[in-house]
Write a protein that binds this ligand. Structure first.
Ligand code: NAD
Length: 266
């Protein structure tokens, strides 16, 4: 049995993960936390996830996660995930991190932490988006001169970061296909007298509304033609299933920093 702990156990993804673990015969759910000021502290995590009491009480001390688990699956906030990664390294515990909105500096700190532990870090844990990302890199490498790349994403109205981590990952894949750095070509904001679109730019557009689980399109505009590659998530359960798959991978590999592409290969 693989022992799994969940910080952010009262969150949208936390609840999804608790349900996914309960449905898997090879996984044991051992601990959960949430923010110290969360109204869910002291509540049974199974009840909060609406699958019935399971005896795991949501606490606020992150040490409890790492003292008991083989792997911690973290979909919380950038600051919390970074702190948890430090604890994971100290305890020799593996982590799957799905939190988005980390800065380049925070991502670099995560990578350093993974020298002493295993971290699978991925802005989108769905199998479909992982394949989409590979496809985008290939297409961007082939559709070069005269082709403009635009990325459109839609998410529910609770989402706090923009563009989504997935949109940025798709942008990085497209930039890689073109042999450039995303930071040098990303066009994130258009308002007022913007001037004409610069050749080679990768544009981003963001929609927020309702309960949309996540929609991403990468659009390649050519002369008199257009290629669109899209992914639509209709249920957050796909992210939980992917994260659980990543957790099984994380306990089986050597220390290091991995992503979902590694998980699918493994
Ligand atoms: P949410 O706000 O519903 O849940 C986050 C939970 O983390 C909350 O319960 C919050 O109280 C808790 N939390 C915050 N700080 C904490 C701390 N220090 N210790 C313990 N718990 C803490 O948000 P969500 O929709 O579940 O998304 C969470 C994150 O996962 C976001 O960054 C989101 O973008 C990302 N996400 C990633 C994927 C993916 O496939 N990788 C999919 C969906 C969401």
């Amino acid at each position: 049995m693989i022992k799994i702990a969940i910080p952010g156990g009262a969150g949208r993804m936390g609840s999804m993960l608790i349900r996914a673990i309960a449905a898997a015969p090879d996984l044991e759910f051992v601990a959960a936390t949430d923010r110290p000021d969360s109204p869910f502290i002291g509540r049974d995590a199974g009840e909060v996830a609406q699958i019935g009491a399971n005896g795991v009480i949501i606490g606020s001390d992150p040490e409890t996660l790492f003292a008991t688990a083989d792997v911690v699956i973290d979909f919380t906030s950038p600051a919390a995930s970074l702190h948890h990664a430090t604890l994971a390294a100290a305890h020799g515990c593996a982590m799957v991190i799905g939190t988005t909105g980390l800065s380049a500096d925070e991502e670099a700190r995560l990578k350093t932490t993974a020298k002493n532990s295993t971290i699978v870090y991925c802005a989108n844990t769905s199998v479909g988006v992982t394949l989409l990302t590979q496809l985008v890199e290939d297409v961007a490498a082939k559709l070069t001169d005269g082709w403009d790349i635009e990325i459109l994403e839609t998410h529910h109205h609770h989402k706090v970061d923009a563009p989504s981590g997935t949109a940025l990952a798709l942008g990085k894949a497209a930039a890689k296909g073109r042999g450039v750095e995303l930071d040098d070509v990303a066009d994130m904001v258009r308002k007022g007298q913007t001037g004409a679109r610069k050749p080679g730019d990768i544009g981003f557009a963001v929609l927020r509304g309702g309960d949309v689980a996540g929609e991403h399109s990468v659009i390649f505009y050519g002369e008199s033609e257009r290629v669109e590659i899209s992914h639509r998530a209709t249920d957050r359960a796909i992210f939980a299933r992917g994260a659980v798959r990543a957790a099984r991978f994380a306990v089986a590999v050597a220390n290091g920093f991995y992503d979902m592409t590694d998980v699918l290969k493994g």
